[in-house]
Write a protein that binds this ligand. Structure first.
Ligand code: EPU
Length: 450
């Protein structure tokens, strides 16, 4: 197992290039399983979740050529050799469940996928996925296996388009339904669909592939049957979570970082909040520059939400930034019920943060009558003391890295595999910005795999 050692207190300064988005790339690979034509991807991030997804595709029969230096990957699945995804992938990430959507239209064999994993940031059920696929005519059941459970799915009679209303605009359920709907007979209408940029990237890829998908102003997505596919070349969108992570780290360390490839359109709600607290940014021709220019002042209220709202994956690094800002700010997490697990460690480092079970702010969310600690009040500025951290999930992991970058003593961070799943060359990028960070081998600790 690897550990990171970080001695903070330095400004981050320089230029980095944003990597391809984890939450787009992994779905694009699954989408490629819909066709028997070659798909070529550019800007492919070399991260753990892409490796896991490629292994899942290899199990199915994909042939893969990955030129890591040029960030280009070819995937070609001439036939589905098996539609059984082995149990060893159980809990690996969120991807196995999405393979049902892609494979239902590709094969009439039984499909078996292990239970979905991912970060432990809430219950993360897959009921919306299952209900949507069942509405299209799939038979799906959950069965206990010798060690873990698995989903058994089949559509021996084929899938048939229908109208589906998602109870919540779930990213994964929208993607899974789109994948299944591409080959379903007739037209599928997905109402209350997720419209995150990663979903749009998937739709762009599918349109190139041969699908007929339209997005409507009422948040509905219409998918018409298609089964004539062609070879595709697609450049994966850049990772807006990675961009935000380095952006807030630049401002918090009073530095200046230009992020090449950062997409303005994907960052609007974040840029507004950054401006509200006095953080600096300049949108340039080929990216965005982030910098500290004056004393930062709190008093912001942030409600995480589905797109185009402030992303749930952004709140962790932003909360670390708010610990360095003068004044009191409020965050209301409305997407996941349990995404403040990292706060305890920040408090132990000296942050002044209080957690609440009520919805603090304008709206009452799905967790209003639950006992989940899903709102917080953060007061700053507070100096942060170095600590030994064990990372609980990917985004919390970057929050700890940021906290360590703000503390002049040495911090040690273990469970680095979580960061490797989503941040390409984290150490190399931070070193290039002047951070004192290094990677070491340490004795193994348990790994429980966004
Ligand atoms: N939900 C259900 N039932 C379902 C599906 C979702 O109740 O069948 C609930 C979830 O429990 C959650 C909410 O709906 O409370 C939203 O979940 P969603 O399905 O939108 O999330 P996801 O598809 O599992 C993706 C990203 C997450 C990101 C969210 C929200 C991937 C692999 N993961 O998860 O990214 O936070 O969308 O934008 O795309 C990360 O990258 O660290 C990460 C966790």
């Amino acid at each position: 197992m690897n550990q990171l050692k970080i001695r903070g207190g330095k400004k981050l300064e320089g230029t980095i290039r944003a990597s391809g988005a984890k939450n787009a790339m992994t779905k694009l690979l699954v989408a490629s399983l819909l066709s028997d034509k070659k798909c070529t991807f550019h800007n492919v991030p070399d991260i753990g979740d892409v490796e896991i997804t490629l292994n899942l595709c290899r199990e199915i029969g994909s042939q893969i050529k990955w030129d890591k230096e040029n960030k280009t990957l070819e995937i070609f699945t001439p036939e589905v050799k098996t539609s059984y995804v082995p149990q060893r992938y159980s809990g690996s990430n969120r991807i196995p469940i999405l393979m049902i959507g892609a494979l239902l239209g590709r094969t009439d064999q039984d499909i078996i996928v292990p239970t979905a994993g991912g970060d432990l940031i809430g219950a993360r059920p897959v009921d919306f996925h299952i209900r949507a696929l069942q509405s299209l005519g799939a038979r799906i059941e959950y069965r206990e296996m010798r060690k873990e459970g698995a989903y058994f799915a089949q559509a021996h009679q084929g899938l048939k388009g229908t109208s589906i209303v998602l109870q919540y605009p779930s990213v994964g359920a929208t993607e899974n339904t789109i994948l299944a709907a591409v080959r379903a007979k007739g037209t599928t209408v997905i109402q209350n669909a997720a419209i995150e940029p990663e979903v749009m990237d998937l739709i762009l890829f599918l349109q190139k592939l041969g699908a007929n998908i339209s997005i409507h102003a009422d948040r509905s997505i219409h998918v018409r049957h298609s089964n004539a596919f062609q070879e595709v070349e697609h450049t994966v969108m850049t990772d807006r979570n990675e961009v935000l992570s380095y952006a807030v780290a630049a401002v918090a360390t009073k530095g200046r970082v230009f992020i090449e490839g950062a997409e303005h359109l994907h960052m609007i709600s974040f840029l507004n909040k950054l401006r509200e607290i006095g953080g600096g940014f300049l949108v340039r021709k080929n990216g965005i520059e982030f910098f500290y220019e004056k004393e930062l002042t709190g008093g912001v209220h942030i409600e995480t939400d589905v797109h185009p709202g402030f992303m749930t994956d952004w709140q962790q690094p932003f909360v670390v930034l708010l610990t360095q800002v003068k004044g009191t700010s409020v965050i209301h997490e409305t997407v996941y019920e349990n995404r403040f697990g990292y706060v305890q460690m920040l408090k132990a480092m000296g942050a002044d943060i209080e957690l609440f079970t009520h919805c603090l702010g304008g709206k009452s969310c799905r967790f209003a009558s639950s006992n989940h600690l899903h709102s917080l009040v953060v007061k700053g500025p507070s100096p942060l003391q170095a600590k030994e951290f064990s990372i609980p999930d990917l985004r919390a992991g970057f929050a700890y890295v940021m906290a360590a970058l703000l503390s002049p003593e040495e911090s040690t961070i273990s469970n680095v595999d979580f960061l490797d799943r989503g941040y390409e060359d984290l150490v190399g990028k931070l070193v290039s910005l002047g951070a004192d960070i290094s990677r070491h081998c340490a004795p193994p600790v348990a790994f429980a795999g966004g």
